[in-house]
Design a protein around this ligand. Structure first.
Ligand SMILES: NC(=O)c1ccc[n+]([C@@H]2O[C@H](COP(=O)([O-])OP(=O)(O)OC[C@H]3O[C@@H](n4cnc5c(N)ncnc54)[C@H](O)[C@@H]3O)[C@@H](O)[C@H]2O)c1
Ligand SMILES: O=C(O)C1=N[C@H](C(=O)O)CCC1
Length: 267
């Protein structure tokens, strides 16, 4: 079997480094390009401390797509870059696997059309941690029976988008199962703006940002005389890598853009 050729955008970032390390450790994956914001020409393997990989860092995704001829782009950059990167990859027939959060629903619809026109697959996973995907799916099941729900997501203070992609995806899955209901007292009023968090489909999402955190989420359900809390914690970025690996393998079999790792898992 030919290895899957992969270019990583954001290769020197917290997630990108882990992705490069993961690719280097898999026989059926081959790194063909590493893109970072600044062009250094240095070997990405030397930069991240795994030894030479023979792949120089470039600041041009176009160059990495043309020279490396990858099958897959893994994008782990920033909300401001991800759409352009996906457009470039799709136009070149390269399948995007995207962890970068912050794309709007309209943007995802447009990118899905582009993938279909090109006859290729793409995967956007707001959270690659398998445990987090399970938490989201379990939350949707619980919401059917316990419609009073609030989401609290907690991330490190370098995160640019709020609420997190995970919280938005959890809310989407919950809304599909939950009967329509406005959570909280009908006459509640905020005396401090934002105190009740963001409002979506009748329930609330709260975002916490603190140094020391990585990626954490609680989904709280309440009913008369009972509480159910679903919680997931990512302690480090290695926690996301089994999901990245799965997404790269699955994207080769798909057509169109898939939003959420649960759609390629046997759940
Ligand atoms: N889906 C998931 O499971 C998951 C997990 C963690 C992080 N994330 C998301 O992944 C993204 C990256 O997270 P991080 O913690 O690694 O961030 P980071 O800031 O450590 O890394 C981002 C990298 O992107 C690079 N970059 C920025 N602009 C670029 C450009 N134009 N071209 C090439 N590279 C560019 C930066 O130089 C940096 O190295 C964020 O959007 C974050 O929310 C998703
Ligand atoms: O570090 C981040 O940023 C993360 N973002 C994802 C999100 O927005 O849900 C989840 C994992 C970490």
């Amino acid at each position: 079997m030919n290895p899957i050729h992969i270019v990583v955008a954001g290769a020197t970032g917290r997630m990108g480094r882990e992705a490069v390390r993961m690719i280097a450790g898999e026989n059926h994956f081959k790194l063909t390009g590493a893109v970072a914001r600044t062009h250094t020409g240095e070997d990405i393997g030397e930069v991240i401390g795994v030894g030479g990989l023979g792949i120089p860092l470039t600041d041009s995704l176009e160059e990495a797509l043309e020279q490396g001829q990858p099958d897959v782009l893994i994008d782990l950059t920033t909300p401001s870059q991800v759409k352009r990167h996906m457009e470039l990859a799709i136009a070149a027939g390269v399948r995007p696997v995207v962890g970068t959060t912050g794309l709007t629903e309209a943007e995802m619809r447009e990118l899905d059309e582009r993938c279909r026109e090109r006859g290729i697959g793409g995967i956007i996973a707001p959270n690659f941690a398998i445990g987090a995907v399970l938490m989201m799916v379990f939350a949707a099941k619980a919401a059917k029976y316990l419609p009073d729900v609030e989401i609290i997501e907690m991330h490190h203070d370098q995160k640019l988008d709020a609420p997190s992609g995970t919280a938005l995806k959890t809310a989407e899955l919950i809304s599909k199962e939950r009967d329509e209901k406005k959570q909280g007292h009908p006459k509640e009023e905020e005396t401090l703006e934002g105190a009740r968090g963001g409002y979506r489909d009748g329930f609330r999402i709260h975002s916490v940002r603190l140094p020391g955190l990585v990626a954490h989420q609680e989904v709280l359900f309440g009913g008369p005389g009972q509480l159910l809390t679903l919680r997931h914690d990512s302690m480090n970025r290695e926690s996301f890598m089994p999901g990245v690996k799965l997404a790269v393998e699955e994207v080769m079999k798909q057509t169109g853009l898939i939003y959420g790792l649960e759609k390629v898992m046997d759940l």
